[in-house]
Write a protein that binds this ligand. Structure first.
Ligand code: HEC
Length: 210
């Protein structure tokens, strides 16, 4: 590319940036859609029932405005709001399920994709994307705390079992603006799957506790 073209391009880029700055400072959008409108209009063929995924709920609004660093008062409000939300438990009443199934769910990142999901294949929890859970698994993310030895360290009192279930169900009830998805609240995982994950974390026979 010739130097003169390069200069012209850079001047163009600066002009565009300046225009954006001007738009922002005036608060108008000069005929362009807002980010919310652009997002809403770019999803024309979403599966039925997914519309609400495009609209922030009150928790997300508070957390977005605070860039996930809420004030003490906002954090308390978010946690209180989420604690008051419904938690559905497995019909069996058993909160500690099968750790082997739990391990498969923790390993799977399947699901929640637009249009592509096999209808009868269950969503995964993708827990390893953020947590170390077992010593054996070498590939894990570190956005969340390591959960290896979880049951061994915490014991398996009813309180801890219930906390663990409720935490996976709705992380925001205990830690406002957490990066952890609200698996039960947002119907990513069903109650039986969540109980199986509690099994993975709590069961003395689970690889988490070896
Ligand atoms: C996108 C990242 C992410 C994913 C995926 C994720 N978590 Fe978390 N998790 C976190 C973060 C960050 C924390 C710490 C903040 C908090 O407590 O919410 C956390 C905290 C936790 C805690 C509380 C630990 C404690 O010390 O009390 C548990 C239990 C937990 N996660 C289990 C899971 C399970 C089970 C899954 C899979 C179904 C999962 N997480 C998926 C990010 C994630």
């Amino acid at each position: 590319m010739k130097t003169s073209n390069k200069i012209l391009l850079s001047v163009g880029a600066v002009a565009v940036l300046a225009a954006c700055g001007g738009m922002g400072s005036k608060g108008g959008n000069a005929g362009f859609p807002s980010a919310d409108q652009a997002i809403a209009s770019s999803w024309e063929n979403i599966p039925a029932g997914w519309e609400k995924r495009l609209v922030q709920d009150d928790t997300q609004k508070v957390c977005s405005a605070a860039r996930d660093k809420p004030s003490k008062a906002d954090a308390e409000r978010v946690e209180k709001m989420n604690l008051a939300m419904k938690v559905v438990y497995p019909a069996s009443g058993k909160l500690v399920g099968d750790w082997k199934k739990g391990e498969a769910i923790a390993q799977s990142g399947y699901g929640m994709r637009v249009g592509d999901d096999a209808p009868n294949r269950a969503n995964g929890g993708n827990c390893y994307a953020c947590h170390q859970m077992t010593k054996a698994e070498l590939s894990f993310g570190t956005l969340g705390p390591g959960l290896n030895q979880y049951g061994k360290l915490r014991g398996n009192s009813e309180t801890i079992v219930k906390y663990t279930y409720d935490k996976i169900y709705n992380s925001q009830a205990f830690s406002a603006c957490s990066n952890m998805p609200r698996f039960g609240h947002n119907a990513i995982l069903n109650p039986e799957q969540i109980a199986d994950l509690v099994g993975l974390l709590m069961d003395p026979a689970s690889p988490v506790n070896q």
